[in-house]
Design a protein around this ligand. Structure first.
Ligand code: ADP
Ligand code: MG
Length: 257
């Protein structure tokens, strides 16, 4: 049965989508069957794995709002072993349209549960908010992976995220765990990065991944080519570290089991 992991942080630009895309692709590269679910109306994870927006008939919006099955919406990607459920800008309306509906928090969970056994991992790329879409994601997930950018105020806002996680645990999904905290966009040339690493490790202790994602130009170029880093430049530092992260995620899962 697939393990479902939300990549979440309500701050924008911390590396959620980059992580969701590249962790998914690296897990698939390691021969795991992976489903990447895009629930950000921006649809950057969708284009990041090469799914053309123009080619999309139905997207995650139809799953959440019109109860179309995930099986009908998922699509293969250019990466072997990697399927995606795409998002389009249509999803921007879902947050409001879902408000008056029944079981609005568990719609994504229901949809994913139906296809979960086809995968080893389901990775969900969350939008930069703690609204109904992110709540759906946390409710559908076994765990949450939190990217934290190595910047000033790295920990700012995380208490809100942790509070939301606690509320979801209390009311919607008591099994939700913290998968790990991922430090992203480290600029090794500055002391600031080192300070942030210390600060985040003090707070989250052994839940911080050993793999730390460096700032890497190849990682920022890959999306404009519609490719995950292992297809765009397998020899780059970015590809190496995301592959290390994928191995850590697999190993952690085995430790827990
Ligand atoms: P989020 O999904 O949290 O908003 P993104 O993954 O979209 O964040 O990243 C924000 C921007 O930073 C994007 O332009 C992305 O290409 C770039 N980026 C992300 N991670 C890295 C990295 N490790 N090195 C360089 N650029 C990165
Ligand atoms: Mg994003």
């Amino acid at each position: 049965m697939g393990k479902v992991i939300s990549v979440a942080n309500q701050k924008g630009g911390v590396g959620k989508t980059t992580t969701a895309v590249n962790l998914s692709a690296c897990l698939a590269y390691l021969n795991h069957r992976v489903l990447l679910v895009d629930i950000d109306p921006q649809g950057n994870a969708t284009s990041g794995v090469g799914v053309e927006k123009g080619s999309i008939d139905q997207c995650i919006y139809d799953v959440l709002v019109d109860s179309v099955s995930a099986e009908d919406v998922r699509t293969p990607t250019m990466v072997q072993n990697l399927h995606a459920i795409p998002a389009t800008i249509q999803l921007a309306g879902a947050e409001i349209e879902l408000v008056p509906t029944i079981s609005r928090e568990v719609r994504l969970k229901k949809a994913i549960d139906e296809v979960k056994e086809d995968y080893d991992y389901v990775i969900i790329d969350c939008p930069p908010s703690l609204g109904l879409l992110t709540i759906n994601s946390l409710t559908a997930s076994d765990s949450v992976l939190i990217p934290v950018q190595c910047e000033y105020y790295a920990l700012e806002g995380l208490s809100q995220l942790l509070n939301t996680i606690r509320l979801v645990q209390k009311h919607l999904n008591k099994n939700l765990m913290i998968e790990g905290v991922l430090l992203t966009m480290l600029d090794a040339r500055t002391n600031l990065g080192i300070q942030v690493i210390d600060e985040v490790k003090k707070y989250f202790q052994d839940r911080v991944y050993q793999s730390i994602i460096p700032r890497n130009v190849r990682l920022s170029e890959a999306p404009s080519h519609g490719k995950p880093i292992i297809l765009y430049d397998a020899k780059s530092r970015g590809a190496e570290v995301y592959l290390d992260l994928a191995k850590e995620v697999v190993a952690n899962g085995e430790r827990v089991r």
